[in-house]
Ligand binder design. Structure first.
Ligand code: FNR
Length: 412
């Protein structure tokens, strides 16, 4: 109601309300590299398309003459009542979209009271983001480093800033085949972008110092050596010229190299979850689950929640649309832990469909990044507000007054 009234009285929105127009405007506003990195997905973009198309296979069947004068979009998650079943998905390297980066997102999250999931690949150290978040809930997303000590340090810092959950992202232990970035010879991390969580970390700094003290490797074109980043090396071979040698990093090269060495652990397996469980009492969620068998294993290993996600189609091109994976996982989990969802949500109506298929809440990725690129914190806030408002209207017009009543029988 407030958004409509503001419009009627001549307050134009700062960013387009229509999702396609929002995307077009963001593309115009962003550099080619930033657009390619943010909007681009893996390979031929097939999974990115599948994510969106999956929503078209479900249609809402509205019910009439239900009293929905009083509506409530709130939902409970890990003992906390959220005003809406919407979270800011963890998104790294936001400095590409706007110089306020994670701080702008925190500002919007604070104003809306919606949880922000802080990324391991953030552009701003988590302590600074937390200060801006005020009372808004925050979760921490973990990329599981090859260095145990760094994992410990990230988790400790996440606890110190008041994180209410740890989200372990499983689907990105190596970077996917990002064709658009390859064509632009672009890897933000190699330029020192999106590694603020590391460079602000005492353990990481010690590792960099050790590496620097060991002296130059003697190679003319330094390369990451870790098995976990072998994919990056193979990408570099496809790049024109001496890419590694020509990095214009604002950070010492040792930091970038150390990051590339420690980034992630492809050897991670189910048994390793016990290590994390020993180190934190916070709820642990696994992000990137697409197969009900993995959901069953997650439950066997005592996790507290699942995020059904395919990283917005950025990892395995040709993978199943994330919404298509949701019902099987919801069935397998059978209410034992909350199942969250992301990948492909572009509107409040999309969020409604994911909730109807059994998601407890929905993480939103690219849409608010576009808002960020266009109008900083205000753009982020507007995009999430619009999603929230459309979800509320979709509930009203479908004859449901609360999120718990958004059920599968409302879909055809
Ligand atoms: C991401 N995503 C992501 N996920 C994560 O766990 N850690 C991260 O650092 C990032 N970084 C990141 C950067 C960019 C530019 C994008 C677009 C995405 C994935 C993100 O959390 C989420 O899964 C997807 O964005 C959801 O898909 P949609 O909503 O973008 O379609």
């Amino acid at each position: 109601g407030r958004i409509y009234r503001a419009g009627v009285f001549g307050h134009r929105p700062a960013v387009p309300v229509e999702p396609a127009a929002l995307e077009r405007a963001a593309e115009r506003a962003m550099s080619r590299q930033a657009w390619s990195y943010v909007a681009g997905s893996a390979g031929q973009q097939r999974t990115a398309r599948a994510n969106v198309e999956a929503f078209d296979r479900h249609r809402i069947v509205p019910r009439m003459l239900v009293d929905v004068e009083e509506r409530d979009t709130s939902v409970e998650l890990f003992g906390r009542r959220l005003p809406a079943p919407l979270l800011f998905a963890p998104v790294g390297v936001l400095e590409m979209a706007h110089r306020d980066a994670d701080l702008a997102v925190a500002e919007a999250a604070r104003q809306l009271g919606l949880p922000m999931v802080l990324s391991t690949q953030a552009s701003v150290p988590m302590e600074q983001v937390a200060a801006r978040l005020g009372d808004a809930p925050r979760w921490f997303q973990l990329y599981w480093s090859r260095e145990d000590e760094l994992v410990d340090s990230f988790v400790r810092r996440a606890e110190q800033i008041g994180s209410e959950a740890i989200v372990v992202t499983l689907d990105t232990h190596v970077l996917g085949w990002r064709t658009r970035d390859l064509d632009l010879a672009y890897l933000p991390f190699a330029r020192g972008q999106g590694i603020a969580q590391y460079t602000s970390d005492p353990v990481f700094r010690r590792l960099v110092a050790e590496r620097a003290a060991a002296g130059p490797s003697g190679e003319p074109t330094p390369r990451p050596t870790a098995a976990a980043v072998r994919a990056l090396v193979s990408m570099a071979r496809h790049w024109p010229g001496d890419t590694w040698g020509n990095l214009r990093s604002p950070l010492p090269r040792a930091a970038v190299e150390t990051f590339l060495d420690v980034f992630s652990r492809s050897s991670l397996s189910w048994a390793d979850l016990a290590y994390l469980r020993e180190r934190t009492a916070l709820p642990i969620l696994l992000k990137g689950i697409q197969d009900p068998r993995d959901a069953a294993l997650a439950l066997d290993h005592g996790v507290d929640g699942i995020v059904v996600s395919n990283h917005g189609g950025r990892q395995v091109d040709g993978a199943i649309g994330s919404l298509d994976a949701l019902p099987g996982i919801v069935e397998e989990v059978d209410g034992r832990v909350p199942v969250l969802f992301d990948s492909g949500v572009r509107s409040g109506a999309d969020a409604f469909k994911a909730l109807a298929l059994g998601a407890r809440a929905v993480l939103v990725g690219r849409p608010w990044v576009y808002g960020l690129a266009l109008a900083g914190a205000r753009g982020v806030r507007e995009v999430m507000e619009d999603l929230w408002a459309e979800l509320d209207l979709t509930m009203a017009l479908s004859g449901v007054g609360g999120v718990e009543q958004v059920t599968r029988d409302l879909l055809a």
